[in-house]
Design a protein around this ligand. Sequence first.
Ligand code: OFO
Length: 183
Amino acid sequence: MITLYKIHDMNKRVEKALNDQIEKEASSSQFYLAMASWAETKGLNGTAKFMYLHTDEERFHMLKLIKFVNERGGTAIVPGLEQPPTEFKNLENVFQLLLEHELAVTESINSIVDVCLQEKDYTTHNFIQWYVSEQLEEEALARTILDKVRMIDSDKAGLYMLDRDLENSTIQATIASTSGPGV
Ligand code: OFO
């Protein structure tokens, strides 16, 4: 009988950093799913659609990392997740939390870049650049929407229009274009 042994050739620190990131992307996906579900129950269908797309995008980010770790001779760990909140104060609160979350994810991606450089893992450094650019777009998008939410304040007509914009606008296209169909 032939036994196949996998050669473990991924740097341990890099592997740990990527596995931590897998957990963060999975948590992002759950968090935005909770926001999507909340928005749907409030009749904010455009926001719900935006968040459902976003949750898929985060799952794509997670899958891309899992494949990379395994293909590079590491072992990807599929994480257990905490339950996200079920209630949000209002739309401003939702997009404020989204922006804060994305800022934390950016920090985490930057720390992976540091680890790659310290460990001289230039292949992973190259791979992770995709996430660096992605974070730029995600932060910009979150800021734009938050600014709009703040501008309309509690004006009902403004809220209706923003929700409709979220359903139809280029915001959806931006998300769709950054989350490919496969990994
Ligand atoms: Fe994966 O970019 Fe948001 O979290």
